[in-house]
Design a protein around this ligand. Structure first.
Ligand SMILES: C[S@@+](CC[C@H](N)C(=O)[O-])C[C@H]1O[C@@H](n2cnc3c(N)ncnc32)[C@H](O)[C@@H]1O
Length: 205
């Protein structure tokens, strides 16, 4: 979504995030962008060599985006899928050249097809768990179907919500869609403290 040159500069990421949280708390799901430590944990599987295709779901104001871009160093292709057009506009200002799709994460296969991209190497998700549909094809199934056989998916969650029913539902969906799912340690240097789920060996149905 190109931003016209006359458009006002978007608010700094913390302010933009808070404003969007107040507008739509369920979809934004956080008062603050993630920390650099959490970004490092979530983006760990982004390959340091080659020309990987990396998809970022729910980039918000770009807490993970910058770290992915640093890891890629201009290699490969980085697609950021953000539902909120105002946050997408912030990303387009702060990351010129980034391939930003203003779309729902569940439309990932169509977004990849539009770009002529096949299966991708890594999907990094900053999505709130509320973005995971509870009926029909699950988002982990959609993501697994979009990954190469050796592809990796990461999703962060807040440690304080780890025991809640949505966390168990997501874990069941991940276990059904991937051959290997591991929960990482708590990243205390994040507000609130968080952890990263890493899923490998996508099942292609
Ligand atoms: C918790 S924030 C995470 C933002 C950023 N990754 C971070 O860690 O700071 C969730 C983001 O996901 C976006 N989002 C929510 N539902 C979505 C969906 N169905 N598809 C794409 N993005 C979505 C929200 O607009 C918001 O930017």
């Amino acid at each position: 979504m190109p931003v016209p040159p006359s458009a006002p500069l978007p608010a700094p990421s913390g302010a933009a995030f808070l404003r969007e949280f107040l507008r739509d708390p369920l979809r934004t799901a956080s008062l603050l962008p993630s920390s650099r430590s959490l970004a490092a944990a979530a983006t760990g599987p982004v390959p340091g060599t080659g020309e990987p295709v990396v998809v970022e779901l729910g980039p918000g104001t770009g807490a993970f985006t910058g770290v992915i871009a640093e890891r890629l160093g201009g290699r490969g292709h980085h697609v950021a899928v953000e539902l909120n057009p105002r946050l997408a506009a912030v990303l387009e200002h702060t990351h010129p050249g980034l391939d930003v799709a203003v779309a729902d994460a569940t439309t990932l296969p169509a977004l990849l097809a539009e770009r002529g991209l096949g299966r991708v190497d890594v999907v990094v998700s900053g999505l709130p768990w509320a973005a995971y549909p509870t009926t029909g094809r699950t988002l982990p199934e959609v993501i697994a179907g979009s990954l190469r056989p050796d592809g990796v998916f990461t999703q962060f969650g807040y440690t304080c919500t780890r025991v809640l029913p949505p966390a168990h539902r997501l874990r069941r969906q991940l276990d059904a869609a991937f051959g290997e799912v591991a929960g990482g340690p708590t990243v205390w240097a994040n507000l609130p403290p968080a952890f990263v789920l890493t899923a490998r060996r996508p099942r292609h149905r």
